[in-house]
Design a protein around this ligand. Structure first.
Ligand code: AMP
Ligand code: MG
Length: 348
């Protein structure tokens, strides 16, 4: 399939470019588009066979449900049966934005989308291209991240191009995403709101509005409530080690690992904070990627997937990543780093 890459204005999207997207979606095809979190691979959420294509194109496991994107509350009402007070508060405070709500679904939502679950996950994105695309379509859009399953999520049109070129008819490219990490998935169907996946809205932000919040932490042999959380995600091709500790200790350990890696003829890439970078240059890694300052987790979040993808592109056999402090956005960043490292973590 020939893929067209249309460069679209991220602030005032050109209507004729949006309309081309709408035409493909109406015809049951897939369109990649930017959101404030990551790029989405969209299909008409009310068209079951179009949604099934998403799984095919991404190589996504059938049991990993899709998030449906809406542009207003009326559209959400078509999909959701029964809003709880917590859900209402979330809509008021955090929509449009990087918060996905899990609520009981209506019969309008296909089992293909929810992977047979009784609940549906919905979100109103704030990116003008995403919002306007849904508005122009007039139907909700089911969209997971627009990467091949297992790979780091795409935070730029170029990432999508590399993963999906030849597989879908259209990519709407508006450059880099603002947040760079996926949405927080919050189950608001029960008594106490429960975070199923940490993301762009922090636990602390949610607590300030909702009070008590639980976090779904399945034990080893339990299935997480967000099925997608059981898979190894964001995995670069090389082996990755996450190092957590003081900057000084991490720098020292990284130096040793770079040396050992080189002795085994490995190409070693480093993902580190701005604060550690000056002390790592002279350890001569094959790639040094600065994620951002420890004090600006939003910067680290927006650069993280670019860093992971770059390690792949440059053929790094071993990737050493510096952890950052948990709390706020730091919790979501560490969740992604841990998954990327396949749980290979060194506390130093
Ligand atoms: P992605 O769109 O690739 O960022 O992944 C969406 C995440 O939301 C995955 O972890 C899914 O398992 C989760 N999710 C989607 N729909 C539901 C649902 N109905 N109930 C629970 N989790 C969901
Ligand atoms: Mg994804």
């Amino acid at each position: 399939m020939q893929t067209k890459r249309s460069y679209i204005d991220g602030v005032h999207p050109e209507v004729e470019l949006l309309k081309e997207g709408v035409e493909w979606l109406r015809a049951g095809e897939l369109v990649a588009f930017p959101t404030e979190t990551v790029y989405g691979l969209g299909a008409n959420a009310l068209d079951t066979s179009a949604c099934a294509k998403i799984f095919e194109v991404k190589g996504r496991p059938q049991d990993n449900p899709l998030i449906i994107h809406v542009c207003n509350r009326a559209m959400a009402n078509i999909l959701v049966k029964g809003w709880t007070l917590a859900a209402e508060l979330c809509v008021q405070h955090f929509w449009p934005g990087p918060l996905t709500l899990v609520l009981p679904k209506t019969a309008n939502v296909s089992d293909v989308v929810t992977a047979g679950l009784p609940n549906v996950a919905i979100r109103m994105p704030s990116h003008p291209v995403a919002l306007r695309l849904i508005e122009e379509s007039g139907f909700p859009i089911a969209a997971p991240s627009a990467n091949l399953s297992g790979k780091p999520s795409p935070t730029s049109g170029s990432h999508v191009w590399r993963d999906l070129k030849g597989k879908i008819p259209l990519i709407l490219d508006a450059g880099a995403c603002l947040v760079g990490l996926e949405s927080t998935v919050l189950d608001v169907s029960g008594e106490v709101p429960t975070i199923l996946r940490p993301g762009g809205i922090s636990k602390e932000q949610l607590e300030a509005v909702l009070g008590e919040i639980w976090v779904d932490k399945p034990l080893k042999n339990q299935v997480p409530k967000a099925p997608g959380m059981k898979y190894r995600h964001y995995a670069p091709q090389g082996e990755m080690i996450l190092m957590v500790g003081s900057s000084e200790h991490v720098v020292q350990r990284m130096g040793q690992e770079i040396h050992k890696g080189h002795a085994r003829l490995k190409k070693v890439g480093v993902l580190c904070t701005l604060e550690s970078a000056p002390f790592l240059h002279n350890r001569l890694p094959d790639l040094l990627f600065v994620l951002g300052s420890k004090d600006r987790p939003e910067e680290v979040a927006s650069n993280l997937f670019e860093g992971l993808r770059l390690c792949d592109e440059r053929g790094m056999d071993l990737i050493l990543a510096e952890g950052i402090e948990e709390g706020g956005l730091g919790t979501a960043i560490m969740n992604r780093l841990q998954k990327a490292a396949g749980r290979k973590i060194q506390y130093i």
